[in-house]
Design a protein around this ligand. Structure first.
Ligand SMILES: *Cc1c(COP(=O)(O)O)cnc(C)c1O
Length: 815
């Protein structure tokens, strides 16, 4: 662990130090809630848009923190035992200090940037380099303006090499990161659409990213990527390049590729040496990530045998805390990320929040941690304090070190011993964090504790959802607001979880269909304005109580709502006026504007916050004239209303397809729905959000001319292998996909559904495919797209998404 005295810190920051100057700094903290260990902590007070770190200082002082970095103007006179470094801007001061610390490193630093794969390349490269070198690296995906300085600060002095990732979302940020990382060796993984909204073009973004390498000696990249290749030649003529790819000029050249059951076999050559790599993944992106890691390893003189061994043993990088339902109302948090104290702190923090939210007691199952630079007494002491501070009720240790430290109480030598000794029903109403180094195979504990009744899940990728929101945001004129539609259980994806992410993404409004959906969100702590699109008359009192704003679409509804507001004594309640501009569904008609104005002007109970209309055919160009006409009708109504009411309101008409296709109609707000769930009407590059998954519960050999399933509809025209998958029409798998209309995807192979789909299961023809019992099955998702499935069923993606039964567990991922 890095150590620096407070005095040295102040000197590097070129700042004054007041008060107690004795402290030694071992850790840096920005977020007071995340602070667990106060010894050796320096709190850096950062002023953000919504909060000011300075306001937490007195609380932190009372908890024992004795070192602070604060901005000028803060009155520290009452905190007599602490040391204060006073600066103009605390983030900039930290950057300065860390750049100075960086200058003292005597090992090479590798900087990794690119649009995707940074963390994976960092982890995989570390795994390969580990064979020979002591590798320091940034934890998880600490790659931001705060994450990078923290990563560099945490590096230990005795590394042989350090891998640091850098991510940017705005022009100018890379210059700052360059000064901190100052990599001798650079890696650019690829360049794509992520964070595109703040850059003029891909080239512009690439130029920014390449700034990280302006003083580097070597840069590693994919020579087959022409944009990057050209960009590097233009921007960094002096940097030596090390490349991989099929081109004969590549330093690590791909000579031949084939595939077998264990993955991809790639024949490569490096400096005239030819060798085969067995890569345990089939997808293109993983292969690229492996190759660039291998190239780095070869450059750093790891021998071929060790490289090959390490590559073969690579595992997917678990970057996310996976949350699953466990037995007896337990929740499992599966954190397979390499265990170290920092990642333990982060995971405990997550456990703490989740336990509190769900009212569950907190349990930690931990394996021995191999963290260098600390003896076992020292790390056990730290773990004990973390456990105490986070109120962990039950702590189970696995591994010889923990067994010794815990005197054998609640401790086991190995995972297997634990599984053989505990009874599953001893776990109940607990939030359980599983945190194990890879060698302890905690996945066995996870499957032991997991709820197993029904293994079909709908997996929701919250990161993908956020990226889709960003993609749509980038289509908006600055200042245009965004309402996110979370009606119908967020198009089937879950309500609170989605709304929570949207709230953090700072959307302006949420839209739900019925009042009870809105109440559920309020009770879960969502405080964004919420519009209820179909308010029922009976729900008005509750809506007022929960601060839910109604769509008002008729005079009848208006009168009832006025009654309710009057009875509850509310004033100035926000309402949203719906205009029917041609869809012939709900809404006031254009010729009702005068009457509406008159009525609204008679009351001070309501305030019109927004006025909106809905498009009938925004996704199809045959209707484009009609769409524009709807826009015109709507505009005329709004003009009349504004004139009659005498005040301004927000106007909105565009849904997802409208945002993609009619930028000129954005007005003051847009309403994003299906687009954020990953469905585009315009071939926008959106991320897949929802994946319906199951598994092969049984394989069966069926002889020629036998039949499969109900009604004997599936006929084996030859000897066949059939996979049985526990997902049926009661889960939302439409029965019209029976008899070969639909496919399942198993290990990236298409398996046609054979016979009729049953209530709780279906059968697929896997003859001659590579499939084993227990294999994962994708019903829809990245490979079997919702759009394709909708086409086969002659319906729309909306129906597919919202038809997934509530009995299918939703499992959320967030990096
Ligand atoms: C559902 C809905 C939307 C969102 O539509 P998408 O096509 O999913 O983007 C927008 N406005 C209203 C009134 C809606 O009911």
């Amino acid at each position: 662990m890095a150590q620096i005295t407070l005095q040295q810190f102040a000197k590097y920051a070129e700042a004054e130090l007041h008060g107690n100057s004795e402290a030694t700094i071992e850790r840096i903290v920005f977020d007071s809630r995340k602070l667990l260990l106060t010894d050796g902590a320096l709190f850096i007070a950062v002023k953000g848009a919504n909060h000011d770190g300075h306001s937490y200082i007195s609380n932190l002082y009372s908890r024992g923190v004795r070192a602070f970095l604060v901005e000028k103007g803060f009155d520290y006179s009452g905190f007599t035992e602490a040391g204060f470094i006073i600066v103009d801007n605390s983030v900039q001061a930290l950057h300065k200090v860390v750049s100075q610390m960086r200058k003292g490193f005597h090992f090479p630093v590798v900087g990794i940037t690119g649009s995707n794969g940074k963390t994976i390349v960092k982890e995989w490269a570390a795994r390969i380099l580990d064979k020979k070198l002591k590798v320091g690296r940034s934890p998880r995906s600490y790659n931001s303006q705060l994450g990078v300085p923290l990563s560099v600060f945490m590096l230990e002095d005795d590394c042989d090499v350090a891998l640091i990732e850098a991510g940017i979302s705005l022009p100018g940020e890379m210059d700052v990161l360059q000064r901190i990382i100052d990599p001798q060796i650079g890696i650019i993984t690829n360049i794509g659409q992520a964070h595109q909204e703040n850059f003029q073009s891909i080239q512009h973004k690439l130029e920014e990213k390449l700034k990280l390498f302006k003083n580097s000696e070597y840069l590693l990249f994919n020579i087959d990527d022409e944009v990057i290749h050209k960009g590097v030649q233009e921007e960094l003529p002096a940097v030596k390049t090390l490349t991989y790819g099929s081109s004969a000029d590549a330093s690590l050249q791909i000579l031949h590729q084939s595939e077998d059951a264990s993955g991809k076999i790639i024949k490569v050559s490096f400096k005239e040496k030819e060798f085969d790599l067995t890569i345990p993944f089939n997808d293109e992106a993983s292969v690229e990530n492996v190759l660039v890691s291998v190239l780095l390893a070869m450059h750093l003189y790891i021998n071929v045998k060790q490289v090959k061994e390490a590559v073969k043993a690579l595992q997917p990088v678990a970057m996310r805390l996976e949350q699953k339902e466990g037995i007896n109302n337990c929740i499992l948090i599966d954190d397979a990320y390499n265990s170290d104290l920092t990642s333990l702190e982060l995971a405990l923090d997550f456990l703490d929040q989740l336990g509190a939210k769900k009212g569950l007691s907190k349990t930690l199952i931990l394996s021995d941690i191999y963290q260098s630079g600390m003896d076992s007494d020292e790390w056990f002491g730290q773990i004990q304090r973390l456990i105490e501070l986070k109120g962990i009720g039950r702590f189970i240790g696995i591994g010889p070190e923990l067994y010794k430290a815990m005197g054998g109480v609640n401790a086991y030598h190995a995972t297997e011993e634990f599984l053989n000794s505990v009874h599953i029903n001893s776990f109940r109403d607990e939030a359980i964090l599983l945190k194990g180094s890879r060698s302890f195979s905690f996945e066995h504990i996870s499957s032991f504790l997991e709820q197993r009744r029904h293994k079909t899940i709908l997996e929701i990728d919250l990161n993908a959802l956020m990226q889709n929101v960003q993609t749509f945001r980038s289509m908006l004129t600055p200042g245009v607001k965004m309402l996110a539609m979370v009606k119908a259980f967020s198009y089937g994806s879950g309500s609170f979880e989605i709304a929570n992410v949207l709230q953090r993404q700072k959307v302006d409004y949420l839209g739900v269909a019925f009042a009870d959906e809105g109440i559920e969100l309020r009770e879960a702590g969502i405080n964004l304005p919420i519009i209820v699109m179909n308010p029922e008359l009976s729900s008005f009192p509750l809506m007022l109580q929960y601060d839910l704003e109604p769509e008002i679409y008729s005079f009848h509804l208006l009168e009832s709502f006025l009654d309710a507001a009057e009875r509850q004594g509310n004033q100035n309640v926000s309402v949203h006026i719906k205009i029917d501009s041609g869809m012939n569904r709900m809404g006031f008609l254009p010729d009702e504007m005068d009457k509406l104005i008159t009525r609204l002007n008679q009351t001070s109970l309501l305030k019109v916050s927004t006025v909106f209309s809905h498009l009938a055919g925004s996704d199809e160009d045959v209707h484009d004239d009609f769409t524009r006409q709807q826009g015109q009708v709507f505009n005329d109504c709004c003009a009349k209303l504004k004139n009659g009411l005498g005040y301004n309101f927000i106007r909105h008409i565009l849904n997802s397809a409208g945002i993609e296709r009619f930028p000129e109609m954005q007005m003051e707000m847009v309403r994003l729905g299906i687009g954020m769930y990953g469905v585009s009407s315009n071939n926008q590059e959106l991320k897949n959000v929802a994946t319906l998954k199951s598994y092969v519960s049984q394989l069966k050999q069926v002889k020629k001319s036998e039949t499969i399933g109900y009604g004997r509809k599936g006929v084996a025209i030859e000897d066949k292998t059939i996979a049985i998958v526990p997902v049926g029409y009661a889960d939302g798998l439409n029965r019209l996909l029976s008899n070969g209309v639909g496919n399942l995807i198993i290990n990236h192979q298409k398996a046609p559904i054979i016979g009729n789909i049953c209530m709780d299961m279906c059968m697929a023809d896997v003859t001659n495919l590579k499939v084993s019992e227990g294999d994962e099955v994708e019903i829809f998702g990245e490979e079997n797209t919702i759009e394709e499935m909708a086409q086969k069923l002659e319906t729309i993606p909306y129906e597919i998404l919202t038809s997934i039964s509530r009995r299918v567990k939703r499992v959320y991922f967030l990096e």
